[in-house]
Design a protein around this ligand. Structure first.
Ligand code: ADP
Ligand code: MG
Length: 244
């Protein structure tokens, strides 16, 4: 199990009354698995994804990633753990507008590279290579405002893959894209995912996309309403490393 949530709950206490948005979530995700989280707006999808990725800490329960109990780490420890193991694609891309495509991809590389004392020139070469793989080799010096939505999402994807994460999370990665561009992004995620055996957890409203992952968890009012595995089409079969 690379991701394990036990009795996870989240209660927000900003404002007046406490608001419980997730309750008693139990979820186990295996290495190399691809999983979609679906559910109506406000059902807790983004909250759950953030907790599973270690961006936030749950109010109750425990989350274990790659055998590490996240609550056992302090804030810096969690940041280092995320830099080494986790990629996250935010819903609205969240590229840094004052940095070029290459510099945006370099941000997590520098975070992770600092740990491994990698050379700056090697990191730039890797960032450039990643952008080439998402089809943006001729756009590396463009700023986000000079890129289309689909191109920005591809930069966000390259950035999420930059640290060669074992776990990749994506929040509605096709939500802001037209159907054709969305399909390119999904193919890329599946491809990169299969090549590296990366575990993929994504939130989506697109049921066709959810179906392509092979496992769909449906949230309703902060609880898991269903957890369904469907046979995968041949083109998106799980990588062989999934069984290790
Ligand atoms: P989804 O992604 O399924 O649309 P979210 O996880 O974003 O749902 O939100 C679930 C509920 O939690 C919503 O009702 C939202 O208003 C509330 N919520 C999300 N983040 C916060 C926060 N930081 N403080 C207070 N309430 C929040
Ligand atoms: Mg959301």
């Amino acid at each position: 199990m690379v991701i394990s949530a036990k009795n996870v709950g989240q209660t927000y206490r900003s404002g007046g009354r406490p608001l419980t948005v997730l309750r008693a979530i139990d979820l186990d995700i295996e290495a190399g698995e691809k999983m979609a989280i679906v559910g109506p707006s406000g059902s807790g999808k983004t909250t759950l994804l953030g907790l599973l990725a270690g961006l936030d800490q749950p109010t109750t329960g425990t989350i274990t990633l790659l055998g590490q109990d996240l609550a056992a780490l302090d804030e810096d420890g969690r940041a280092a753990f995320r830099a080494a193991n986790i990629g996250f694609v935010f819903q609205a891309f969240q590229l840094i507008p004052t940095l070029t495509a290459l510099e945006n991809v370099l941000v997590p590389l520098e975070l992770a590279g600092a740990l491994k004392q990698a050379k700056a020139s090697e990191l730039r070469a890797r960032a450039s290579d990643l952008l080439g793989r998402v089809g943006l080799g001729d756009r590396i010096d463009h700023y986000p405002a000079q890129l289309s939505g689909g191109e920005q999402q591809r930069v966000a994807l390259a950035r999420a893959f930059a640290g060669a994460p074992r776990l990749l999370f994506a929040d509605e990665p096709t939500g802001n894209l037209d159907a054709d561009t969305g399909a390119i992004i999904i193919d890329l995620m599946m491809e990169l995912n299969e090549a590296a055996g990366t575990t993929l957890v994504l939130v989506t409203h697109d049921l066709d996309l959810a179906h392509r992952t092979g496992r769909t968890v449906r949230l309703a009012h902060g609880s898991i309403a269903s957890d369904v595995r469907t046979p995968l089409p041949a083109s998106s079969r799980a990588p062989s490393t999934a069984t290790i």
